[in-house]
Design a protein around this ligand. Structure first.
Ligand code: NAP
Ligand code: GDD
Length: 383
């Protein structure tokens, strides 16, 4: 019999990759999904099995991190060997609009899971992974940030996650639970939510290249993030729960990049050079050059002919509505402990991540253009 895992937040970016990874390892994976008025399982549809299939390896349960009785019932029925608590209201800016809800889900939600495991008498059977975050470092007290760096959270999201971090440590120390925190720095992928900065950029750049959108409005272009690939980071979650003793680990690449440079890299993927001029709200990104053979290879010849007319135009502008009240300016992690103790080695670096996301979004946007949007790609279609 394979091990049994329970993933909260299975419909999110990390939940989807982790579910696939664990199923390939022979696990039976149970997932908690929220009831929604429209389908919210697109990231895991390829793993879905009809409830009539015997011996399913993916089983979904309706639930919510705000509902203790629901969580306790599911954990009691499933009796998982491992719980990966990934569910959260995970958007930092939105947490300023919904601070109480964020505290309830991201903070108390973790307590509800720990308490359920304790009350059900599963302490010796069930290991728990808590999705902690580099946002805990906030106004950073040390560069780079590691496990011993003091926290200084800068948003309702980060403050809620700080409670979750410490309640996990407390249950480990008080009750001897195998409960661990992964302090994960930003990780992205083609499955990343569309309102996080990397995906917003790769989607918008793809649409601009295809003539489906003129420009994109961004917030703070100067903040720096340590971006890795979600496919690498979910492997670290698994490794953390395979250790004999529970502990807390930083997962990061050790490289930090501005939002501005991420935008440049995304355009450069198809040979478009962007130059930024101006400061603050007046900063703008212009099309400064086009490497035509690369562009043609990736986008097609008629798309190139149309796009060439845009040389010199503004494609990136700043809008203060995307600024944060208290910003986290710089994140860069030191993952030495994870590399030495877990043997965690990432496969992707930032250029590979950008390539993966751009290729995926160009493909997706081309499909959209054919189906309904119009844009330059239609010209290629008729060639
Ligand atoms: P995500 O794509 O936003 O997924 C969040 C998941 O949580 C979704 O499945 C969502 O369900 C679910 N969820 C939200 N509120 C819930 C509630 N009240 N009850 C039950 N489920 C709920 O996030 P992610 O990028 O995969 O991140 C996974 C976890 O790691 C999160 O806890 C996040 O805070 C943390 N984290 C992420 C990063 C990163 O860079 N990605 C870094 C550090 C830590 P719906 O699909 O229905 O919305
Ligand atoms: N979302 C967004 N949209 N961010 C922008 C924009 C924009 O238009 N313009 C600039 N930014 C800046 C933000 O101000 C922030 O400094 C940075 O881009 C990254 O923003 P997000 O991609 O929204 O991620 P985050 O760093 O705030 O939070 C993510 O990473 C955390 C780990 O450090 C989320 O995944 C959190 O759940 C996670 O804990």
């Amino acid at each position: 019999m394979g091990k049994v895992a329970l993933i909260t937040g299975i419909t999110g970016q990390d939940g989807a990759y982790l579910a696939e990874f664990l199923i390939k390892k022979g696990y039976i994976v149970h997932g908690i999904k929220r009831r929604a008025s429209s389908f919210n399982t697109s990231r895991i549809d390829h793993l879905y099995q009809d409830p009539h299939v015997e011996q399913r390896n993916l089983i979904l349960h309706y639930g919510d991190l705000t509902d203790s009785m629901n969580l306790t019932r599911i954990i009691g029925e499933v009796k998982p060997d491992e719980i990966y608590n990934l569910a959260a209201m995970s958007h930092v800016k939105v947490s300023f609009d919904t601070p109480e809800y964020t505290a309830n889900v991201d903070g108390l939600g973790t307590l509800r899971i720990l308490e359920a495991v304790r009350l059900l008498g599963l302490i010796q059977n069930t290991r728990i992974y808590q999705a902690s975050t580099s946002e805990l470092y906030g106004l950073v007290q040390e560069v780079p940030q590691k496990e011993t760096t003091p926290f200084y959270p800068r948003s309702p999201y980060a403050v809620a996650k700080m409670y979750a971090y410490w309640i996990t440590v407390n249950y480990r120390e008080a009750y001897g639970m195998h409960a661990s925190n992964g302090i994960l720095f930003n990780h992205e992928s083609p499955l990343r939510g569309e309102t996080f900065v990397t995906r917003k950029v790769t989607r918008a750049v793809s649409r601009i290249l295809l003539g489906m959108q003129d420009q994109v409005f961004m917030g703070n272009l100067s903040s720096k993030r340590d971006w890795g690939h979600a496919k690498d980071y979910i492997k670290a979650m698994y490794l953390i729960l395979q250790q004999d003793a529970p502990d807390d680990y930083v997962i990061a690449t050790g490289v930090t990049t501005t939002i501005r440079d991420f935008i440049r890299m995304s355009f450069l993927e198809v040979g478009v050079e962007i130059e930024f001029k101006g400061v603050g709200l007046e900063e703008k990104g212009f099309i400064a050059g086009i490497k035509e053979s690369l562009f043609e290879e990736k986008m097609g010849v008629s798309c190139l002919e149309s796009f060439k007319k845009r040389l010199g135009e503004v494609v990136v502008r700043v809008d203060s509505q995307y600024f944060r009240l208290t910003e986290v300016e710089l994140l860069i992690g030191d993952a030495t402990k994870s590399k030495t103790k877990l043997g965690w080695i990432p496969d992707y670096d930032l250029p590979l991540l950008v390539k993966d996301m751009m290729e995926s979004d160009i493909r997706e946007m081309k499909k959209e253009a054919y189906l309904k949007e119009g844009g330059y790609i239609i010209l290629d279609h008729f060639e």
